[in-house]
Design a protein around this ligand. Structure first.
Ligand code: ATP
Length: 323
C-alpha cells in the first residue's frame, strides 16, 4: 500500500480567509478520506468556493492549514497541484479546434510527449463517450458534451483528487445521470472527489460525506443519513386530487406537529413533521372535509429539508424535467 492510503485526501485545520474586513472563511476543519466523495454545501456566499480555492492552491489562506495527501498547500503547492484535478478551468478552450485537438493540447501542456498526448486524448474520448464527436469543432458541442470534455481534461494527468464545482448545473436529467455514473466509476477506481453542488439530491446520490458551510463555518457534518436523523423531523407526504389541493393544504397546515415548509404541487402536499403521532387525526380531518387521500407516507426528510432546517435557506435550483 502507498502512503496515500493512510493519509486523508484533504485535511484542513482552522482555515481562514478574509477579504478586507470580511471573513469569508472562518475556521474550517475538514477531513476527507481517500477514495470517498465529500459534498460541500451551503447557501450563496457561505464560503464554499473560497475554501475549495485554498485547498486547490489557487488562493493563499490567511491562517490555519490545509493538506492534500499530507502535503501542505502553501509550502508544497507544486506537489499538491500534481495530485489534483480541477474542473471548470478549461473554459479557455479553442472553439475552432476539435475535442481531440483540445485534449491533446492540454496533455502537451501537462508535459506529455506528442504521441503520449494523442494516446491519452483518445483514451479519454473513449471513456467519456466522445469518440463520435472527437473530430468535430467544439463550437458545435452541447452543454453536456462540453461538461464531459471539461471533466475529461481535468483527468489527463490521472489525479487522485478531483474538485468538481457544480458539475451538473444547467444539464438535462439524462446528461446529469451520465455525469453521476462517470463520477461513481472514477471513485470506484480510487479517485477522491470534493464536490460542490446546488442540487442537494446530487449530494444525496453521490456523497459519502456531507459538509454544510454557512457564514464561513462548518455548521453540519456527517453522512446524508446522519444529517437527516439529526434534524429529527420526518417528511410527511399526502396525495389528493388536484381540485382538493388548496383545502387539504390548509388542513395540513393547521395539523399539530406540522413544521417548516408545506409545499403543495402536482397533487402532493409535503411538509416536515416533528410529531407524527397525530397522523390519524389528520386523516380524520381530511375525511371530514370530504377529501379523499390517495396516498400518505412518512419518510426521512430529504436533504433539501435538512438544509433548510440547518441554514434557513433553500439550497436547490429545480432540475428541469425531461422533455
Ligand atoms: P456561491 O454558492 O454563491 O458560489 P460560495 O459559498 O462559494 O457562494 P464564496 O464564493 O466562497 O461563497 O464567497 C464567500 C464570500 O466572500 C462572499 O460574500 C463573497 O462575496 C466574498 N468574496 C469571495 N471572493 C472575494 C474576493 N476576491 N474579494 C472580495 N470578496 C470576495
Amino acid at each position: 500500500m502507498t502512503m496515500a492510503a493512510f493519509e486523508p485526501a484533504i485535511e484542513t485545520r482552522a482555515l481562514t480567509k478574509s477579504f478586507g474586513t470580511f471573513r469569508a472563511v472562518d475556521g474550517i476543519d475538514l477531513t476527507v478520506r481517500a477514495g470517498t466523495v465529500c459534498a460541500v454545501l451551503g447557501p450563496n456566499g457561505a464560503g464554499k468556493t473560497t475554501t475549495v480555492r485554498m485547498i486547490a492552491t489557487l488562493l493563499r489562506p490567511d491562517s490555519g492549514s490545509a493538506r492534500v495527501f499530507g502535503h501542505d498547500v502553501v509550502r508544497e503547492a507544486s506537489t499538491v497541484r500534481s495530485l489534483i484535478g480541477v474542473t471548470g478551468q478549461y473554459a479557455s478552450v479553442d472553439e475552432d479546434l476539435t475535442a481531440r485537438e483540445n485534449l491533446t493540447i492540454f496533455a502537451r501542456l501537462l508535459g506529455l510527449s506528442g504521441t503520449g498526448a494523442g494516446y491519452r486524448a483518445d483514451e479519454l474520448l473513449d471513456e467519456f463517450g466522445l469518440v463520435d464527436s472527437a473530430r468535430r469543432p467544439l463550437r458545435n458541442f452541447s452543454g453536456g458534451m462540453r461538461r464531459r470534455l471539461d471533466l475529461a481534461a481535468s483527468l489527463i494527468a490521472r489525479p487522485p483528487l478531483l474538485f468538481l464545482d457544480e458539475p451538473t448545473t444547467g444539464l438535462d436529467p439524462r446528461t446529469r445521470a451520465q455525469m453521476w455514473q462517470t463520477v461513481r466509476e472514477l471513485v470506484a477506481t480510487g479517485t477522491t472527489v470534493l464536490l460542490t453542488t446546488q442540487y442537494l439530491d446530487e449530494a444525496d446520490a453521490l456523497a459519502d460525506h456531507v459538509v454544510v458551510i454557512d457564514h464561513g463555518r462548518v455548521v453540519a457534518d456527517g453522512t446524508a443519513d446522519e444529517l437527516k436523523t439529526a434534524v429529527g423531523a420526518a417528511a410527511l407526504t399526502v396525495r389528493v386530487d388536484r381540485a382538493d389541493l388548496a383545502t387539504a393544504a390548509a388542513i395540513v397546515h393547521r395539523f399539530r406537529g406540522a413544521e417548516g415548509v408545506v409545499t403543495a404541487e402536482e397533487g402532493r402536499i409535503r411538509m416536515s413533521a416533528t410529531d407524527t403521532t397525530s397522523v390519524p387525526e389528520l386523516l380524520i380531518a381530511l375525511r371530514e372535509a370530504g377529501i379523499e387521500v390517495r396516498e400518505l407516507s412518512v419518510a426521512p426528510p430529504s436533504l433539501d429539508e435538512v438544509f433548510f432546517a440547518i441554514t434557513g435557506t433553500t439550497g436547490t435550483h429545480r432540475v428541469p424535467e425531461p422533455a
